[in-house]
Write a protein that binds this ligand. Structure first.
Ligand code: PMV
Length: 322
């Protein structure tokens, strides 16, 4: 029997990824840039146990279908030359599957815990490549601070990994998460972006513009230009949702409170409080705030009708063993 535990933090993309260029190795169609969130994380303990007849997985108290996890652990078992069944116990300190990137922190924590428990010692880059197999955004949660995920060009996926851009200390941005619904979303991102023949007419334009958006964001981050980083983040978010809305059938992840919170963020800016929204495949709104502005932005968002809860966080660290 061998066991290991790891913590990985959730992340939110500022320049979004959507679409895969290859599904078997989960290769993204575009690169992305994200911030890792300190206060939203997954803790995972993995036990390889010879006595287990089959893999087992729990998220919180609930037993979950092991299919997606077993497939992932198989990659590690093959690399380690073992066939032992595994017990996975995972907890998120935030709602699971609700557009708060639980698959990002979940698969990053699972990559680290499983490889350690299997006796493998992977580099951060190798962990990022492995985490990507579970979920595209998980590759980014291996690193803290501001992170860039490379699309890569190779067909074996060895150049499709994330890399750190800036540590959390180097630019202590804040993020306020406005939770508008704690339910599980009906169509997760993998399902949403998987079908090639149902995707949007705008898809080619999305892929073709991605490199320019990434280059603009890299330059704005290097200059610590918060206004440009924020404006690019809102633009990438709205472009992603235009793509989702125009998929057939259209994916509508927003509810009324999501839209109210977006307007509230723009009103804050009109009133001198600089924040910018971003939204993933779910109804939660995340506001990117300049260092020291999180408390004021959280107070404003808490007043928006339909916002159930706000969470305020700084940028988090790398995934780590526990
Ligand atoms: O990690 P996935 O493959 O479930 O996709 C995540 C997609 C978005 O969250 C909508 C965007 C992103 O870059 O994180």
């Amino acid at each position: 029997m061998s066991q290991a535990s790891a913590r990985a933090h959730s992340n939110i993309a500022l320049i979004k990824y959507w679409g895969k260029r290859q599904t078997r190795l989960n290769l993204p169609a575009v690169g992305s840039i994200s911030v890792t969130l300190d206060d939203l994380y997954t803790d995972t303990t993995v036990v390889f146990d010879e006595a287990l007849p089959a893999d087992r997985a729990r998220i919180g108290e609930a037993e979950v279908d092991t299919a997606r996890f077993s497939e992932f652990v198989d990659i590690v078992r093959e690399a380690a030359g073992i066939t032992t069944r595994v017990d996975i116990a995972s907890t998120n300190n935030f709602p699971t599957g609700a557009g708060l990137a639980s698959s990002a922190s979940g698969f990053a924590a699972l990559a680290l815990a499983t490889t350690r428990a299997a006796g493998l010692d992977l580099s951060a880059r190798e962990l990022s490549i492995l985490a990507r197999r579970g979920s595209g955004s998980a590759a980014r949660s291996i690193f803290g601070g501001l992170v860039e995920m490379h699309r890569g060009e190779r067909t074996d996926g060895q150049d499709a990994f994330a890399e750190p851009m800036l540590t959390a200390d180097a630019w202590p941005l804040e993020v306020v998460v406005a939770i508008t619904d704690t339910g599980t979303k009906k169509i997760n991102s993998t399902a949403g972006m998987s079908s090639l023949d149902t995707r949007s007419d705008y898809y080619e334009a999305w892929v073709n513009r991605a490199e320019d958006d990434l280059a603009d964001m890299r330059a704005a981050i290097a200059a610590r230009d918060f206004t440009t980083v924020g404006a690019l983040s809102e633009m990438s978010c709205l472009k992603l949702h235009a793509l989702m809305l125009s998929t057939r059938p259209g994916l509508i992840y927003w509810n009324a409170a999501t839209v109210s919170a977006m307007h509230a963020v723009r009103e804050m800016r009109d009133n001198g409080l600089e924040a910018y929204f971003t939204i993933d495949a779910g109804p939660q709104v995340k506001a990117l705030c300049a260092p020291g502005q999180g408390a004021a932005v959280a107070a404003e968002l808490a007043r928006v009708p339909g916002v159930i809860e706000t969470r305020r966080t700084g940028l988090g660290p790398d995934a780590h063993s526990q």
